[in-house]
Design a protein around this ligand. Structure first.
Ligand code: NAD
Length: 247
């Protein structure tokens, strides 16, 4: 299926590895011009080379508003504009209520909420002016069901989801859709660090396997497609059926 986005320009944050990389790779395969960022020059350049299709590596740390905004500006300068924005970052430290300090919430909020909001502030106005845009944020299945021992992630991503849902209704009339993807368990460095072997994790997933960044990225590309123009304000789980509630 032709997704109808050949020639569009995308900024995909935190994409030198993992889920961001998966989305960037899938978009590039559809003919989208992609700019990706990571904190380490060698790693992000190697990722861009692997993605190919002229993708642009940018060194940026999106854990702070300045870095997040700077990434979008640099991506715009490199691509000539931004039609597609994928706000993403690494995850915050694990921990429960008893072992998490009040100040840690500020860092997590900056990393997984305010940074993504800053990227939207930088990218969405030009999408509105142009009358076409896609925002696809990577959050977590924790938005539907809080994950034990990840109180920082559970809290920050709920805030971002409130922002995205609100934004989606304000910009829908300008041809800009705003959605989020909620990963369950996908084989990335983050999941290996948190949970260890994917073989043990697969038992709890109805699909019978842990997803990979490609499984996630292809969904992301579809949400950016022309076909998905009437879908906005949604939060879509990509989890092999792991989340069990009705809605
Ligand atoms: P990851 O940590 O494996 O990879 C993230 C990528 O982003 C890496 O290339 C890393 O170098 C880069 N990165 C991290 N922090 C950055 C920063 N501050 N600035 C720029 N680049 C940065 O993570 P992932 O598994 O790909 O997950 C992406 C997001 O989705 C994370 O927020 C994660 O918590 C969340 N998530 C992932 C899963 C999963 O199954 N992998 C499940 C739930 C939620």
């Amino acid at each position: 299926m032709d997704l109808g986005i050949t020639g569009r320009r995308a900024a995909v944050a935190a994409a030198s590895k993992g889920l961001g990389y998966g989305v960037a790779d899938a978009l590039a395969a559809e003919g989208v011009q992609v700019a990706i960022c990571g904190r380490n020059r060698a790693t992000v350049e190697e990722a861009a080379a692997r993605i190919g299709h002229g993708s642009v590596p940018i060194v940026a740390d999106v854990a702070h508003v300045e870095g997040a905004t700077g990434f979008v500006r640099d991506a715009r300068a490199a691509l000539g504009g931004i039609d597609i924005l994928v706000p993403n970052a690494g995850g915050p430290p694990a921990g429960d209520f008893a072992h998490t300090t009040v100040d840690q919430y500020l860092d997590a909020f900056e990393l997984n909420c305010r940074g993504a909001i800053a990227m939207c502030y930088e990218a969405v106005p030009e999408m509105r002016e142009r009358g076409w845009g896609r925002v696809v944020a990577i959050t977590s299945i924790a938005v539907r069901q809080p994950i034990p021992n990840l109180i920082l992630s559970n809290t920050a991503r709920a805030g971002l989801t409130g922002f995205l849902r609100t934004l989606s209704r304000e910009v829908a009339g300008d041809g800009v859709t705003v959605n989020s993807l909620l990963p369950g368990l996908h084989e990335t460095e983050r999941i290996a660090a948190l949970h260890g072997s994917s073989a043990d994790l697969a038992a709890g997933i109805p699909a019978g396997f842990v997803g990979d960044p490609g499984d996630f990225g292809r969904i992301g590309a579809f949400v950016c497609s022309e076909h998905a123009r009437y879908m906005t304000g949604t939060a879509i789980q990509v989890d092999g059926g792991a989340y069990g509630a009705l809605l």
